[in-house]
Ligand binder design. Structure first.
Ligand SMILES: Cc1cc2nc3c(=O)[nH]c(=O)nc-3n(C[C@H](O)[C@H](O)[C@H](O)COP(=O)(O)OP(=O)(O)OC[C@H]3O[C@@H](n4cnc5c(N)ncnc54)[C@H](O)[C@@H]3O)c2cc1C
Length: 358
């Protein structure tokens, strides 16, 4: 049975309730659309497995660096519109880069205005007094931070609902095409029609676009992250040690991977997690009761060239698929809403169109 909802603004279906779907749904609702979110998992699939570091760190070309940095500022704007978002601008200290990459990072991103500082042993010790081994030199970036991504996604969804959005727990099985336009979705709970459909469905997106012969060139590398039981404060910020990236969450869990993207799980995930957690324990002093609670294995939705895919794929269909989705969620939501509802295409989106793969 087809359900046509009564709409005030245009009716937009957002498929996906991870950090990207939640942000897009929230911005669309705030901007006057009538929004229906359809998702299997409220809070996302990759999102709960994320390290959730907000950054514009090393290795990003200028257009992508500026996009990420703008999104860092958008997190601050979003926090004023949604007070209580679990964000922490705790800063990072890192000594994981080889000397040549470290100095290239300082020279390049520093010249673009990123606040990178060299700090020595005493400053490192003062910042992170529980580190068992203090390096001679680290890079400090005070403007970086982290967010608790599932809690943030759920807050955005709850606020969108309070503003009139509808949440449906269902599987999207296909897209409805009317002439050249996508006009709705077929779900496990029936058909829903809309003026626009947004796919913010992470690694679940390619099968949906394949049904209308749109190929999404993505990879989904696996990353394992260990989570300790909640513990008294042992880390004050993001620590990017060689082969060990760690932070302590709002509820006191120390989470870690061999880098922020997680550790390759290998054949025996439990053994990989146990070995990784031993490294965490050995890297901190005065933590005899630190114990692993669980580990996650997430699949990072990553377009093949590493950059986001954001924009219209055809009439009525918008796609938002990216790695670093935790960093990019507020900007992706803001720009997607503006483009869908007002037809305003922000110039910063130009490098991120699907058409670049054509
Ligand atoms: C190990 C790891 C570490 C990471 N570290 C960082 C980091 O430090 N910083 C950073 O910025 N990013 C990081 N990322 C990336 C970031 O977590 C992701 O880019 C982001 O979570 C993607 O969010 P999403 O909402 O697009 O997808 P997801 O969270 O995967 O959500 C997809 C949503 O779509 C729904 N869905 C999919 N298919 C269907 C369907 N057919 N029907 C109905 N619903 C459907 C799902 O139920 C879910 O709600 C990391 C990721 C991983 C795995």
């Amino acid at each position: 049975m087809a359900v046509r909802l009564q709409t005030v603004g245009p009716h937009v279906i957002v498929v996906g309730a991870g950090i990207i779907g939640a942000s897009i749904a929230w911005h669309l609702t705030r901007d006057g659309a009538s929004v229906t979110v359809v998702a299997e998992e409220n809070g996302g699939v990759a999102t709960p497995c994320s390290f959730a570091w907000i950054n514009a760190s090393s290795g990003n070309p200028d257009f992508y660096f500026h996009f990420r940095r703008r999104s860092m500022a958008e997190w601050k704007r979003l926090a004023t519109e949604l007070p209580g978002l679990p964000l922490e601008w705790c800063g990072s200290i890192g000594w994981d880069l080889p000397a040549d990459r470290r100095e290239a990072f300082v020279a390049e991103q520093g010249a673009w205005g990123y606040g990178i500082e060299h700090i020595g042993r005493d400053q490192i010790k003062a910042r992170e007094p529980y580190l068992a081994v203090i390096p001679d030199l680290a890079l400090s970036v005070a403007e970086e931070g982290a967010v608790e991504p599932v809690a943030a996604a759920r807050m955005m969804l709850a606020d969108a609902q309070a503003r009139g959005a509808t949440l449906r727990n269902a599987t999207v099985r296909g897209l409805i095409r009317t002439g050249e336009r996508i006009s709705g979705v077929v779900t496990s709970a029936g058909v829903i029609e809309a003026d626009h459909v947004v796919l913010a469905s992470g690694a679940g997106t390619p099968p949906l676009t394949a049904s209308i012969e749109i190929d999404l060139p993505i990879e989904t590398p696996a990353g394992l992250i260990v989570h300790s039981r909640p513990h008294a404060r042992r880390l004050n910020g993001l620590v990017l040690a060689t082969q060990l990236h760690m932070r302590q969450t709002a509820e006191g869990r120390i989470i870690a991977g061999s880098d922020f993207g997680g550790t390759a799980p290998g054949e025996d995930q439990h053994a990989t997690a146990a070995a990784l957690f031993d490294k965490v324990r050995n890297s901190l002093t005065d933590s005899p009761s630190l114990a692993m609670d669980f580990f996650t294995v997430g699949y990072r939705p990553t377009p093949k060239d590493g950059f986001p895919i954001i924009g219209n794929a055809c009439d009525g269909l918008y796609i938002a698929l990216m790695h670093s989705g935790v960093t990019l969620a507020p900007l992706a939501g803001l720009l997607a809403s503006s483009e869908i509802l007002k037809g305003e295409a922000d110039p910063m989106l130009a490098p991120f169109r699907l058409s670049r793969f054509a």
